[in-house]
Design a protein around this ligand. Sequence first.
Ligand code: KE4
Length: 435
Amino acid sequence: MALQPRNAALFERAQRVIPGGVNSPVRAFRAVGGTPRFIARAEGPFLWDAEGNRYIDYIGSWGPMILGHGHPSVLAAVQQAALDGFSFGAPTEREIALAEAIIEQVPSVEMVRLVSSGTEAAMSALRLARGATGRPLIVKFEGCYHGHADALLVKGGSGMATFGHPTSAGVPAEVVQHTLVLPYNDLDALDAAFDAHGARIACAMVEPIAGNMNFVRAGDAFMRRLRERCTAAGALLVFDEVMTGFRVALGGAQSVYARRLPGFAPDLTVFGKVIGGGMPLAAFGGPRAVMEQLAPLGPVYQAGTLSGNPVATACGLATLQEIARPGYFDALAARTRSLVDGLQQAADEAGVPLVTDSEGGMFGFFFAAELPQRYDQVMATDKERFNRFFHAMLDRGVYLAPALYEAGFVSSAHGEAEIAHTVAAAREAFRSLRS
Ligand code: KE4
């Protein structure tokens, strides 16, 4: 690993005043080791750190920067919005325009509520599901992350249909006693849970393509059964598309499933990341009859000082307008596919076991012989090889996600030259892994 005196000095200083030196744990490089890079600026597909090192950026702020950094029309929209005012605590026309832009692309959503983070959106969607159904139980799936609301910081219980246990200190057992955690892609566990508890289940929340397990798809049979069981039980199916929404397709992952499962749609959808374009903005939405249960109309309380912030909505709206252009996602998907095909070929040539997958502008890879289908299989992939690969690529100016359970993201600013550089660096990195 190349020496990082400026990054190391900043990390040392940061750790004196910020827990772990970071404002979100994954940034600390604890999963991969080494010194986090303190980013000074970004442009297009590139990041520059405090040492002046340039990296090709495959994190993109964990998904939001789908246009790359500093897209001219987004920058102009944000600059103008800032001049018009940062925040009013009153409604604005642009909040309507952003809501309309989301609804236009996602047929299952008739109304949305804007908030400031994916955690807030997922937490609010859960409260809405419980309020709308009058039921206490929620279902989530192992390996899926929906932000850090207490009820969602929970790991699976011992049996297939037993209640969860907290994954974090500070979360009392009582708070997660109504959360069922099931294995992802496990139809038997799903049936057992709904057989045992269906009448008390308010909702099942799922990442339709699990980007918090790097890249794991929910199988069509599993997704069809999940939809069927929720419908039969009167429970709401909540798609957490914070990461996949406006990222894997213009209509999100639900549009990908609808191509293969005619008529498929979730009940509620959680959005984030891309819809804010890099500014703090997220949302949740669904049918009018459910959404109008929310304050000030209905009994389910939800609020936020900066919800629908004027500068953030300008950033998000400009982003959505760009990605809605004809052909945008076809081109992005092709560029992403060329990356993963190049990585796959380089690994095959080096004799290093690697599996890859991508959808739209999101990709994943595992040092394994087969694509994992659920969390324990993801965590059984070769972590040591992943970490060596991560640093070999970082030293070659390619910034991948610093954890084997995180997804990767390509922007429309990533050109053929950046993909070629990445694949060439990977060819060298894979050779170094053979030992
Ligand atoms: P935020 O509260 O971080 O905006 O969103 C939470 C969230 C909800 N749902 C899904 C599917 C998510 O992926 C996330 C956040 N994703 C992580 C990356 N795995 C954000 C990065 C971080 O935690 O620093």
